[in-house]
Design a protein around this ligand. Structure first.
Ligand code: NAD
Length: 519
């Protein structure tokens, strides 16, 4: 389109917008997208394109919303009024690199709501993303084995039910839902006489690098329900932020498939990553007993191009809100729907839980009974560069140490993580609370008078600890590096004993001191 054709451009913008407003696709079944492929509208203003709605403004919803706000008007909905109030006031509810800057850059295209109805009030939104939580079903009552592992989809269903009252919207499922959920939702819609345009678009963001994952995804996976206008609109939205989608071979990264296949991709990816960590941990445990260093072993293994180096580090176990929950959910679905036993999942879960237990064992083997000992825990977030505490091994460790009567003091360099831990503690939001653990104001304060220090998160800042100063402040000498993140020589040079993970473990090879209990 040549310069000066403002009138034509504006008219087209109005026409294409109206196609959405008047729900033409619903009435005619024709393919209508906010742009026409016949005209180059690339310089059309973003406000002229259909807004999107995202329900759930947590880690996934907020990052997705801020990411797409570069190209579209985005309406974020969350039932948590405090969170919406914070966002409206420009206060970031989570800590994520680049978030605040990108939020501010796109502030005029972001709006916030506590109810879906208001976000849909002008009937313009075409794509409604669901990014609400899908936690494990709460344990309790008399349940069959593994039943509590199934995903709790109540939030997802309540949003879908509300959307069924609206015409002209397509649901895009970002929340991680077990394979078969999309199909069940379509059946639910059909039972109410609705032909719901529904897409599965699983999220693969990595907290701590969420915008890097958003900007440069390894792949975008989309599962369809057969409404091509909805698929086209979603592809178009992605193309607005990913120019590579306009180019050749884009289908290699933008993968369209059946609904259930897309759902399976998400769970299988999480399982694959968890299996790699399990491999590193199991080989690491063998190395500890064999005076070998698993970091060397895994370096050799990962150099094989068929295998690759990522997710092959032994450690205190994976945490986070996804891996454990999602692999349990897929195991539960496989059992319930197909009578299959995903025994791999059992191994992954038990090895992971065992990693924290090994730290407790190491402590006991060195210190004897832990009753009355002082243990410092460095790192609360489940991984660096986030304030997300969910599923963090630090908390599993704290719970087990507390049961044995140890006094705990913890520190995390991320203020948001410390605030969350303190708030969870105040509000009794187990398990991500340090409960009786004292939250220190610095790493040095955490290690003061400690008999042992355990590093649970590989924050860069822990590499800068002055171990000579730490040694002077400590009561004991043991440093357990649950992430192989510290420089063993620097720790040893300060007169301390360094104990890594998956490396020769002198502690474990020694007999148990008197009074220690086998776990
Ligand atoms: P989160 O807990 O940070 O955010 C979920 C938000 O949804 C909360 O703010 C909550 O208040 C809101 N919510 C719940 N029910 C609602 C309702 N009925 N209406 C409106 N808002 C509602 O969770 P998250 O980490 O963003 O994860 C969301 C989904 O994405 C989950 O299914 C998760 O498994 C999946 N996922 C998460 C990640 C991640 O790294 N966090 C990565 C990939 C996939």
């Amino acid at each position: 389109m040549r310069e000066g054709s403002k009138f034509v451009r504006e008219t087209l913008a109005v026409l294409t917008e109206n196609a959405v407003d008047y729900k033409i696709p619903e009435l005619t079944g024709e393919r209508v997208t906010p742009h026409s492929h016949l005209f180059d509208l690339s310089h059309m203003t973003v406000s002229a394109k259909a807004p999107i709605v995202i329900v759930g403004a947590g880690y996934v919803g907020l990052v997705t919303g801020v990411g797409f706000a570069r190209a579209r008007e985005v309406r974020l909905v969350d039932r948590n009024a405090r969170l919406i109030e914070d966002l409206d006031a420009g206060r970031m509810p989570i800590s994520e690199p680049e978030l605040e800057e990108r939020f501010n850059d796109n502030r005029d295209r972001l709006s916030f709501f506590t109810d879906l109805e208001s976000a849909l009030a002008d009937q313009r939104p075409q794509l409604v993303f669901i990014a609400v939580g899908t936690p494990k079903r709460a344990a309790g009552g008399r349940r069959q084995e593994g039943e509590g592992d199934a995903a709790n989809l109540s939030a997802v269903h309540s949003v879908v039910d509300e959307l069924l009252l609206h015409d002209g919207v397509a649901v895009v499922m970002k929340s991680t839902v077990p394979p078969g959920t999309g199909r069940a939702i379509l059946e639910r819609a059909e039972a109410r006489g609705r032909d719901l345009p529904y897409l599965s678009c699983p999220e693969f963001l990595q907290e701590g690098a969420a915008f890097a994952t958003f900007d440069s995804p390894d792949r975008i996976v989309v599962g369809h329900s057969g409404h091509s206008w909805a698929s086209d609109a979603l592809r178009e939205l992605h193309a607005d932020v990913h120019p590579w989608l306009q180019g050749e071979h884009s289908d290699e990264r933008y993968m369209e498939m059946e609904l259930i296949e897309a759902e399976c991709v998400k769970h299988t990816s999480n399982l694959a990553l968890a299996i790699r960590i399990t491999l590193a941990n199991e080989i690491g445990n063998f190395c500890e007993e064999s005076a070998a260093d698993a970091t060397q072993v895994m370096k050799g293994v990962g150099a094989d191009r068929r295998i690759g180096p990522s997710f092959l580090k032994p450690g205190v176990g994976f945490g986070g809100s996804c891996f454990d929950k999602d692999i349990r959910a897929v195991r539960a679905v496989a059992r319930a729907d197909a009578g299959l036993d995903l025994s791999l999942v059992d191994t992954v879960i038990s090895t992971n839980e065992g990693q924290v237990e090994r730290v407790v064992e190491k402590l006991e083997r060195r210190l004897g009974a832990l009753e009355g000992t002082n243990i410092a825990i460095l790192g609360l977030a489940f991984k660096p560069k986030t304030d997300d505490l969910r599923g963090g091994p630090a908390f599993t460790l704290a719970t087990r140490l507390r049961r044995r009567g140890a006094n705990l003091r913890a520190w995390d360099p991320e203020p948001g993580a410390r605030e969350r831990a303190a708030r969870n503690h105040r509000e009794g939001a187990e398990p991500e609370t340090m409960s009786t653990a004292e939250l220190a104001r610095s790493a040095l304060e955490a290690v003061a008078e400690a008999d042992a220090v355990v590093l649970a998160t590989e924050w860069e800042q822990f590499g800068e600890i002055d171990w000579c100063e730490a040694a002077q402040a400590m009561r004991g000498t043991l440093v357990i590096d649950g992430r192989n993140h510290l420089d063993p020589e620097a720790v040893r040079a300060a007169g301390l004993e360094y104990e890594g993970t998956g490396r020769e473990s002198r502690g474990l090879l020694r007999p148990l001191p008197e009074g220690a209990t086998e776990s």
